[in-house]
Design a protein around this ligand. Sequence first.
Ligand code: NAD
Length: 486
Amino acid sequence: MNTPTTLYIDGVWQAAAAGGTREIRCPADRSLVAEVSEAAAADTERAIAAARRAFDVGPWRGTTAPERGELLHRVADLLAERAEEFALAESRDTGKRLVESRIDIDDCVACFRWFAKLAGVDAGRVVDAGSADVVSRVVHEPVGVCGLISPWNYPLLQTVWKVAPCLAAGNTFVLKPSELTPHTSMLLMGVLTDAGVPAGVANLVLGAGPEAGAPLSTHADVDLVSFTGGLVTGRIIAAGAAATVKKVALELGGKNPNVVFADVAVTDEAFDAAVDNALNAAFVHSGQVCSAGARLVVEESIHDRFVDELVRRAELIRLGGPFDERAETGPLISAAHRDKVTAYVEQAVSDGAVLRCGGRWGEGDLEQGYYYLPTVLDGVRRGSAAVIDEAFGPVVTVETFRTEDEAVEIANDTVYGLAGAVWSQDAGKAQRVANRLRHGTIWINDYHPYLPQAEWGGYGQSGFGRELGLAGLGEYQESKHVYQNL
Ligand code: NAD
C-alpha cells in the first residue's frame, strides 16, 4: 500500500516524514474507513514553520479585513455545495447519524458566513483623547500563528469555530483534529485552497495529541493555542503554553444541570415537552456532547412521575448506525471510550446510585459497534463521582430539590460551568434562576440550540476564552493603541 499523503503543509499534501500511519474505523461497525498519515512532532514543527513564513512574509499579511470576509463567503459557498460529501465523511468517522452530520455541516456554513460578515465590519475604533492635538485610535491586528486543536465529537464544527475567526482576523494556523476523526478536516483544506487561501496559511497535521499536537502548545513560533477537548488535556495544554506565554483559549468539558421545576406538570403538554427535552439533552449523539444535560435536577414533588416517564421513553430509544434512518442515536466513538463509560456507571452503582435503565452494551446487530444503551441513574449522592465526573456518554443522573435556592445550589455545585437549562412555566422564576447559574450558556424551556452570533464558552474549569459571537473574533486579535501627538 502507498503511504497516504494526508498531511497538508505549505500547500502540499504529504506523508509523515517518518512514514507513520493510522487506520480510521467507523465506530458503528468497525469497518475500515481509510488509512491516514500519523504525524510526529517533527511534522508539526514543519507545519509551524510554514505557517510562520506565511504570516511573516507571504501575501496573506497584505489582505484587508473585507477581502478576508469575501474569501470566507467563498469558503461557505464551496462548503455548502459539497455539504453531502462532508456529512458522509463525518458520519463514517464518528458513527453519527447522517441527519445529524448534515445539520453540523450546515452549521459550519453558517459559522463561516457569520465571521465573513464580522470580518467586514470589525475595524477598531477612534478614541476621544480629550485634546484636538491628539489622534488616538485602537486597531485590531492578527495574533500570528495559531495552533488549533479539536476533538472528535463534532469534528468539523468544533474545528470551524476556530478556523473561521482565525482566518477572518488574518492569522495563519496549524490544525490538529482528533486522531479518530480526520476526514472532514482534510476535505476542509481542499475547500480553503479552492476558495483562495494562500499556501502556508492553512496547515493540517494528523496524529496523536502528545506527539503531533504537543508542539502547538509548546513551540515558541506559535502565538496562540485554541483547544477544545477534555479537562485533563486542557491542563496539559495550558501548562505547555506557559513557558512561551502564548495566548490560550480552552473549551473543555461540562457536567451540565437540567433544572426542572414542578410547575411543568401544570399541563400535560408542558410536562411532555420537558421530558422530551430531558431525553434530547442527555442522549443526543449518545451523550457525547460537551453541553449534554447529564444532570437532571428535578423538583422533588414531580420526581416519580417525571423519572418514570423519562425511563419509559429512554428504553424506547432506537440505536443504530449512521445510515439507519430509523435510528435515534448512534454508537460511542471507540472501544476505549465505551470502557470508560462502562466503568463510570459501575462506579456510580457501587456508590449507591439506582440503575433505572441501560447500564449495558448494545446487543445483537449492535455488537458490531460500540453501542451503550441510554442509562438513567437515580438517587445519586451529592459529591459522588457520578455527579462530579463527565461520563461523556448516554448517561443521565437524577438529583432532587425542594426550593429555588436549593435548585441553584445543586446546579452550581460543579467544577465545570459550560451550560445548563431551566424548565418552568413561571417566566420570572426561570429568569431569576438563569441569572444565578454559573454556566456559559443557559437555556430556558429548551436545550442545545446555539447561535453563531452568541458567545459560547465555559465558566470555571470548563475553560476560558469564548468562541462564536463578537468575542470569538476577538480571541484571534491583538488590540493596538496608536496615539499621535499632532
Ligand atoms: P481530548 O482532550 O482527549 O482530545 C482533544 C484533542 O486534543 C485531540 O485532538 C487530541 O489528539 C488532542 N490532544 C491530546 N493530548 C494532547 C497534548 N498533550 N497536546 C496537544 N493536543 C493533545 O478530548 P476528546 O476526547 O477528543 O473530546 C472530548 C472532550 O472534549 C470532552 O471532555 C468534551 O466535553 C470536550 N468538548 C468541549 C467542547 C466545548 O465547547 N467546551 C466541545 C466539544 C468537546
